[in-house]
Design a protein around this ligand. Structure first.
Ligand SMILES: NC(=O)C1=CN([C@@H]2O[C@H](COP(=O)(O)OP(=O)(O)OC[C@H]3O[C@@H](n4cnc5c(N)ncnc54)[C@H](OP(=O)(O)O)[C@@H]3O)[C@@H](O)[C@H]2O)C=CC1
Ligand SMILES: O=C1O[C@H](COP(=O)(O)O)[C@@H](O)[C@H](O)[C@H]1O
Length: 600
């Protein structure tokens, strides 16, 4: 059978049965070959994808490798999500956005525009990630025909100055360099700038006027990316929604973390956002969900028979989620000191990975089905205890004649700050699948390497015939699955193997899927995937408010305790492997950190 592709195309009027999973099963009479260059066609999705999860402004088709084959079944205007829901064909109520969307939108798809406004365009994230990701999408042909990008910030800049700033950060795909300079020029011509205050209705109304000029009377869809400090989120949302939202078409807002600093502040932020936006207009970004290997977690688990049966307390001894960076917080100390590593990395990135890893099989790949399962995991987690947390902070260290600073050497960090730059925690999911299995997390700045990985340590083989070949250290003989999220993406499984020869010597070897060796294509940056999803209205990789509440409920009590009791962090040298307390914590649950073993 052909590889199945699911695609969203721009032509109206046809829809396809999800069960049409091969060209032979497609109604013979009305085959149509569609020409399109939509980037989505290049994204392979499993056949059983929920075909109504995407916006009704797109046509979903079943494709073979070299093109699209669609069966016209029912005109799209008769198949709005609202109607499908009423007819019992959708499991969840369609979003207000979907209900509001005018029927004519589909017919005018080619004539609609998308305007992307980067609020805080002069800042670090915009330069480092957002503009380069937008260019990469353009480069790959993933942006709609009519699109405009606006930078918005207080800094005074002309369009030319913005373009100059942006151009310094653009790069071309290493696997496709042709016409790169030309593409950059074309992209930059679509970038504009408007200077304004974040709390000025007047300034946002000026932006609205400029956007309208570019939209040229077409159906206009608007995406605002809030790349600004959190204390000005609400002002910006208020002004954008009342003075610059789209009159016809959708308006969406991507909100960057941090989403509050505890349960109360997060709930207050959500409440304030919802004064101006519906939940389905809010796209809370966690860029780890856009990383290739994090997205692959569900594929690995749900489309390979060999993993899913092992995915429980019956076979898994412990799961480790490890994040480390080999640089400190220099330059971001002002932000970081108010948050610390638990809020910066654990409560969001690592916890999101844990939820995806541990969730039950969702009903479908629909955003709501996946998020429903994730939230169940988060709500099944045992409250985190202070004794299950270790905190550390890096101190100055001199190596090879170079002196690396302590966390508190940064001028923007208060002297004597106790903010953790390292933390380790033992978490438990009190449900039938994971009862008693420790989920260990570890995250730190200024460590010996930069990496993010998931390690799954399996149980011992009962009555193992080869036990005597392993000596006394049976833990070393257990299987371990490693999902290396970054750098140098890989999935490898440590197995025991006979060393070739006449004797019976065993060693541990890796069954290794090394991405650089297997795939020639460059892996897209997480922000590319997430921006594209936001443009398409795909919410699967964004955080829903109940997920956020559950994540904060887990960490808020322990964060409060750490702060109230003024727990002194364990100091570790810059560039080291972190505080020794992390080993004691793991040992309490009979776990050894996999990243610290000799053979990793
Ligand atoms: N940088 C990163 O790597 C990451 C950032 N984030 C989040 O993304 C968002 C943006 O981050 P980043 O670009 O680093 O932030 P910046 O500190 O660079 O701020 C972005 C822009 O906001 C404006 N700004 C900064 N401080 C204030 C202030 N006190 N009052 C009003 N405006 C201000 C400035 O523009 P102007 O003065 O021109 O108006 C600045 O260029 C934040 O929420 C951050 O937490 C999340 C993950 C990673
Ligand atoms: O959200 C954040 O992530 C970065 C790490 O992201 P990565 O994609 O480079 O791994 C981290 O440095 C930063 O402190 C944190 O706010």
């Amino acid at each position: 059978m052909d590889t199945l592709y699911s695609s969203t195309c721009r032509s109206p009027s046809y829809s396809v049965s999800p069960s049409s999973s091969s060209s032979s099963s497609i109604n013979g009479q009305n085959h149509q070959r569609l020409n399109f260059s939509s980037c989505i066609a290049k994204r392979v999705l499993p056949a059983k994808v929920s075909f109504y999860s995407r916006r009704n402004s797109h046509l979903n088709v079943v494709l073979n490798q070299d093109g699209a084959v669609a069966t016209p079944v029912t005109p799209v205007e008769n198949e709005t999500p609202f109607r499908k829901w009423k007819e019992g064909l959708l499991s969840s109520v369609p979003s207000t956005e979907e209900i509001k969307e005018p029927a004519s939108f589909d017919q005018n798809k080619d004539e609609s525009t998308v305007s992307i406004t980067v609020v805080g365009a002069s800042g670090d994230l915009a330069k480092k990630k957002i503009f380069p990701a937008l260019f990469a999408l353009y480069y790959e042909g993933c942006l709609p025909k009519h699109f405009t990008i606006f930078g918005y910030a207080r800094s005074k800049m002309t369009d030319a100055e913005l373009r100059n700033m942006v151009s310094k950060t653009l790069t071309c795909r290493i696997d496709k360099r042709e016409n790169c300079g030309e593409k950059m020029d074309q992209f930059l011509k679509r970038c504009f700038y408007h200077s304004g205050q974040y709390d000025s209705q007047e300034n946002f109304a000026e932006l609205d006027k400029k956007l309208k000029e570019h939209e040229g009377g077409r159906v206009s869809n608007r995406l605002f990316y809030l790349s600004i400090p959190p204390n000005i989120f609400i002002d910006a949302v208020k002004c954008a929604s009342s003075s610059a939202s789209s009159g016809i078409g959708w308006t969406r807002v991507i909100v960057e973390k941090p989403f509050g600093r505890d349960s109360d502040s997060s709930a207050a932020l959500t409440k304030a956002l919802k004064q101006y936006l519906e939940e389905d207009q809010i796209f809370r970004i966690d860029h780890y969900l856009g990383k290739e290997l994090v997205e692959n977690l569900s594929v690995l688990r749900f489309s390979n028979l060999i993993f899913e049966p092992l995915w429980s307390r019956q076979y898994i001894r412990n799961v480790q989620l490890i994040f480390s960076e080999d640089f400190g917080t220099e330059g971001r100390g002002g932000y970081f000191d108010n948050y610390g590593i638990i809020r910066d990395i654990m409560q969001n990135h690592l916890l999101q990975i844990l939820a995806l890893f541990a969730m039950e099989t969702p009903v479908s790949l629909d955003a709501e089905d996946i998020r429903n399962e994730k939230v169940k995991v988060l709500r099944s987690m045992r409250p985190l205890q202070l004794e299950d947390v270790v905190v550390g902070q890096y101190k100055s260290h001199t190596k090879g004649g170079v002196t690396y600073p302590a966390y508190t050497d940064d001028n923007t960090v208060p002297k004597g700050s106790l903010t953790p730059t390292f933390a380790a925690a033992a978490l438990f999911i009190d449900n039938a699948r994971w009862d008693g299995v420790p989920f260990l997390m570890k995250a730190g700045k200024a460590l010996h390497n930069k990496s993010a990985e998931i390690r799954v340590q399996f149980r011992h083989v009962p009555g193992n015939l080869y036990n005597r070949n392993f000596g006394t250290d049976l833990d070393r003989a257990t299987n371990e699955l490693v999902i290396r999220v970054q750098p140098d993406e890989a999935i490898y499984l440590k197995i025991n193997n006979k060393v070739p020869g006449l004797g019976m010597r065993l060693d541990r070897s890796n069954l290794n899927l090394h991405y650089a060796a297997r795939y020639s294509k460059e892996i897209p940056d997480a922000y590319e995937r997430l921006l594209l999803d936001a443009i398409e209205g795909e919410r699967r990789l964004f955080i829903r408010s109940d997920e956020l509440d559950a994540a904060w409920s887990l960490f808020t009590p322990v964060l409060k305790e750490l702060e109230e009791k003024k727990i002194i962090p364990e100091y570790y040298p810059y560039g080291s492997r972190g505080p020794v307390g992390a080993h004691y914590l793991a040992a309490r649950y009979k776990v050894r950190w996999g990243d610290l073993s000799i053979e990793q």
